[in-house]
Each structure stands twice: as C-alpha cells, then as structure tokens.
Design a protein around this ligand. Sequence first.
Ligand code: PEP
Ligand code: MG
Length: 589
Amino acid sequence: MIEEIKNSPELMLFGIPASPGIAHGPVFRFLHDEVKVATYEVDESDQAEEIKRFLEALEMTKAEIREIREDVAKNLGEKEAGIFDAHMLVLEDRALIEDVKKEIKESGENVEQCVQRVTGKYLAFFDQLEDKYLRERAVDLRDISRRLQRCLSGTTASGTAFLEVPKVLVSEDLTPSDTAALDRTKILGIATDLGGQTSHAVIMARASGVPAVVGLRGLTEKLKQGDELLIDGFEGVAIINPSETTLFRYGKVDVQRRKLTNLVEKESSLPAQTADGKDLLVWANADTPEEVEKSKSLGCEGVGLYRTESLFLRTNSLPSENEQYEEYTCMVKAASGLPLTIRTLDLGGDKLLDGLNQQEEANPFMGFRAIRYCLSNPSVFLNQLRAILRASAHGKVRIMLPMISGIGEVIRTKEFIAQAKQELDGRGEKYDPDVELGCMIETPAAVAICDLLAEESDFFSIGTNDLVQYLLAVDRINNEIAFLYEPHHPAVLRSLKQVAEVAKNKNIPVTLCGEIAGDPHFLPLLIGLGFDSFSASASMIAEMKFFARRFNQADVEEITKDAEAKVRPSEVKELIKNFYEARVSEASI
Ligand code: PEP
Ligand code: MG
C-alpha cells in the first residue's frame, strides 16, 4: 500500500498552512487500503445470512471505532476523540442500513458488492455538493466504508509502525482514522493534495503537534521515487528536494522557532504588560473546559469568545435546552469565577447542520446566518437563551450576539431574553438577572453604527475574521481569492480605529476576538489603534504576552503612525513583521 519515491530538482508548491512547524525528510507515500470487492450472486435462501454478515461487520466496525476513540481521547483529548462520534452516527444511520438490506434483497448479490454500491451512491451525492464543509465530511463516509469492507473480508489496515526511519507522509487526502492510526514517532509531517483547514484529519494533526500543509494541488503527481520533502506548516509551503541553501534557511528558521518556544514557555506565567508597564487584558477563545483550564493557567481574564455552534456541529443536531444547559454549565464551572462570554448560535455561512431546512444559498456568508437565523427561529433561540441564563446561576456569564447589522436585532434579542427569563421564572429556575449583553462588531454596518449599538450594549467584541471578509468583499473560505483577504488593509485599520474611538467616548468595553487578536505581529499596532483587550486561542496567549514585554508606548506610537501612512496592505504587513522579528531576535540572542 506504500510506495517509495525518487529524486528530482527543487520544486516549491503552495498550499494551506494546517498545522505549524517545519518538517523535512524522505517521502512516505500513503495510499489508502482499497479492499478488492468480490462480486457473486446469492440465492434468495442465503440472503438472510448475507444480512447477518452485514450486521456483524457493522458491530465489528463500531467496536474498532470505539477503540480508536478511546485511544485518541487518552492521547489527544476529548475534543479530538469527538471526531469519531460522527463515524458512529454513520454506522448507526437507519437509512444507510435499510438501503444496504434492500440492495441485498433486490440485487441478489453479495453483501460486499451491496455495501459498495450504496455507499458509492451516498459519496456521489456528497461529491457534487458545493458546500466545502459537507464535501469534507465525505472523507468520513469513505473511511467508514473502507473499514466496513475490511471487516467483511477479514483483512486489516496497514499503518506506519513498520517504517524504519521517520518520514514525511504524503497522500491525496487523509481520513481521521488514517491519522489516528499513524505512529507519530515515525511521521515527521503531513502533506496532502486535498483538504481544508476544517478537515478532521487536520484538526487532529494540529492537536498532536505534527506539522501539516494541505491543499497542495498536484503534489502526489509531482513526486517521484526517492524524493525528499520539506514542509513549512507556518506558511503553507512544500518544497520537493530542497537545495542545501533552502535547507540551511529552513534549518535556521526551525532552530529559531524552537528557541523562541522555549523562551515563551519560561515566561508564560508573567503578567500581560508592555515593557513600560501598560496592562493588557488577555482573554481566551475557548470551546471546551480543557481549553478554559489551559487559558486560566496562562493568567487570562476569562473567556472572551465561546462559539456555541461547536456543540451543535459536533452532535450534528439542535441540542435540547437541557443538553445545552449541561454543556454551558461545564464551561462556567471551568471558568470558576472568571467571566464566560457565550456567543449565541452562529450557524450558516460554512457552518451547516444536516436536515435543518437551511436553504441552499447563492451567498451563504451574506445570507441566513447567525442572529438572522436565531431571530427567525424563536424556539431554537429561546431554547438557547434559557440554557445560557440557567448556566448563569453557576458563575459570571455574558451573552454575545454574532453578525449584528442593525439596532433592531439587538432590541428584538432583548425581547427574547425577557421572554426566556419570564419562562424560567414560571418554572422557578434560577439565573443571573443582570447578565450582560454584548454585540460582535463584524459587519461594516455595525462599524458605521457602533455609536448607536453602544446605547443598547454592555460591551463590544470585534470579530475581525468576518469584518475583513465583509469590508473587503472577499469570501473568507474561497481559495481562489485568498490573496485578497488582507487584515492589514487600510480599510480594516481605519474601521478598527473608528470602533475603538467610539467605544472610548461611549465608555463601553471593547475586545478584539478575531484571529488577528492572537497574532503577536499585530499587537503593537492594535494597541496604537486604541485597544488594550484581546481574546485569542490558548495556544497564542503566552507568545502574545512574551512579545508585549518587548516594546513600549513610544514603539507603539511610532509603528502606528508609520502603518497609518502606508497605502498598501503589503507595506503594513512588512512593517509589523520586521518590527516583530527584530524584537524577538533581540530577545532570543
Ligand atoms: C470573527 O468573525 O472574527 C469571529 C471571531 O467569529 P467567527 O470566526 O466564529 O466567525
Ligand atoms: Mg464571525
């Protein structure tokens, strides 16, 4: 199933950075185990036996998945293990099971062939879907179907344990169970032709710290026997047969990076302050109690963004009020006294649930998304609001609204909150009557009317991921125009400054919670634009604090003045990058 590959001159390919780190080594080409599917006719009298074989294979497959799940939970954590819950749902899917049974009866053929045909039909359906997230889910079904065939034929999967030396794994695509079966001591890095940042295999590679680059179109075709590969998981680059000069350059980058990581770790418990003692408020973007715990250990102020759709997407369902209450309460308890900012459901765009009657939309990011979906689905919204309010009885909770574009949405939400409170009063349930309500500022409309929104809000949080896409009219998940997605754009900087000024005048706390809030390069510039509160994923907090201690107010003023004078995003990017690198390399000498 595995093929060695040979030498050719240096060739650089660009893909999507999926898991940070540099890896270099011989290529190990991973091909999925395609099980040969036998075809033969089965007498009507033997069909019951075929169905029994099918049901037994289903049970065996479930047992395998359960084992992998346990293993992943132990080694990587509960969140990553949750990926395999989706596999269990496929195996328990009544429609799929009934379709296979029907196929056995109607075709008069063996179970292997019937499973192949039915899963093939499902896969053809997934493959023609436009939605990237759902197309990526086809990988799960392909994985299950292969596993099921292996159980039917009694063969086992090949892994990586036999590799004598560690190698860089290359594949067209990887399934979550491929990734789980990899011996991480033998895999230096992962490079795939396909895949996006939301694919489950990527999430697992990231969690286990294996560098990865995906979306390297044509990589597998270009590789030959004996080739070596270098991958740069920071920038999303793969280099086939890197030259000595390239290796030297990347070797230096890698050594510097490791050195920096060690230094950052050593200072991780120090407070979030600039060199001249200006205090910064660092919050966490966290979706699990483990992430909350980790952020607390790094001294954060609380959770600035809890994306509740993570629960809905993980279970691929609309969870009941009680299920939500339990999940939110676990998060509140993990925050233990620190505020937990619970963002109401942000479904839509690229985050869709099966069977939710979400219509196919020409422009999903500009469509039926987030607060718009909630306000049009009162029972879904009220369920969530009651669950959040009940959780507020256990600690400090704040409610945050995504994708606000008009004041009416905030006012209507307040009416929903009042109704939810009334219903809880009727049931005698406890909640915090003063729970705060905040708006995400992530549409150009919200920027323009932030003075009005301030009158109806207790706090603001700027979602730069969306704000950049809406301001620049650049779909944030479209690969073809990814180069136009520029958070350094003067339009973005001016909008951020405008919100910071209004928030200051209106005396309303404002935090930044998009990806740039956790990107240390941006920190001095964002401070200069008027911010002192940042919400970032736990993995970035220590590095942000480390960098903050390497500059002072005079640096902030200078870099902001220079950045505001630039007319091109690339110039701003270079300016903040050079400043970051200069200060960090001074610190690492
Ligand atoms: C944002 O848009 O910046 C944000 C934090 O929300 P999300 O990435 O979930 O849309
Ligand atoms: Mg957003």
